[in-house]
Ligand binder design. Structure first.
Ligand code: IMP
Ligand code: MG
Length: 184
């Protein structure tokens, strides 16, 4: 277990525990399996934050899926959204004619997904939807909406369950809010 105090300058508090996350992902898995029944959606996980969620999500699906990953960097370092998205790993296989379901860890300002949606649409998928584990709706700066949302969360910076702060905390099984003392 992590310490309650991450360092003298920051503190961590559990926002979502492992069993709440597991229960919600079971529901998402059922909903997605029902909606895509008879089809084989192509899940595109957005690296690096979404891979822990994606690994749990696919084990809760009762339909066949194919998977690929897109590597992007939307934050150079720290917590400030620039809106600038850099592709660090492109798709391996074509999404033309596929039912694409993008898997994200978190929707914040929406800028990353706005960019991704445009880039992916250009490759003519049959359909394009988004599932995000976490949604900070109050932070939205551009008009994007997820088709499936695990949890609506308040405007706090979160880590754990794949999400990081400068590559720290991804391994934690829970979602924690990270408060940097002195940084509001
Ligand atoms: P957006 O472009 O502002 O929607 O940001 C989306 C991306 O920013 C996510 O995929 C995350 O990688 C990162 N991000 C946004 N909020 C948080 C957070 O609270 N913790 C960790 N990463 C975050
Ligand atoms: Mg991300």
């Amino acid at each position: 277990m992590p310490m309650a105090k991450a360092s003298s300058e920051s503190s961590l508090e559990v926002l979502l525990n492992a069993s709440e996350i597991a229960a919600r992902i079971r529901e998402l898995g059922e909903e997605i399996s029902t909606d895509y029944r008879g089809r084989t959606p192509h899940l595109v996980g957005v690296l690096k934050g979404a891979w822990v969620f994606m690994a749990d999500l696919i084990r809760n699906l009762s339909i066949e899926v194919t998977v690929d990953f897109l590597g992007i960097q939307s934050y150079a370092a720290g917590a400030t959204s620039s809106g600038e998205v850099k592709i660090t790993k492109d798709l391996d296989v074509s999404i033309a004619g596929r039912d694409v379901l993008v898997v994200e860890d978190i929707l914040d300002t929406g800028r990353t997904y706005l960019y991704l949606r445009g880039a992916l649409s250009a490759h003519q998928p049959q359909s394009l939807k988004l599932v995000t584990l976490l949604d900070k709706t109050s932070r939205r700066a551009v008009p994007v909406k997820a088709d499936y949302v695990g949890f609506q969360i308040p405007d706090v910076f979160v880590v754990g369950y794949g999400l990081d702060y400068n590559q720290q905390f991804r391994r934690l099984p829970e979602v924690w809010s990270l408060r940097r003392v002195g940084l509001a």
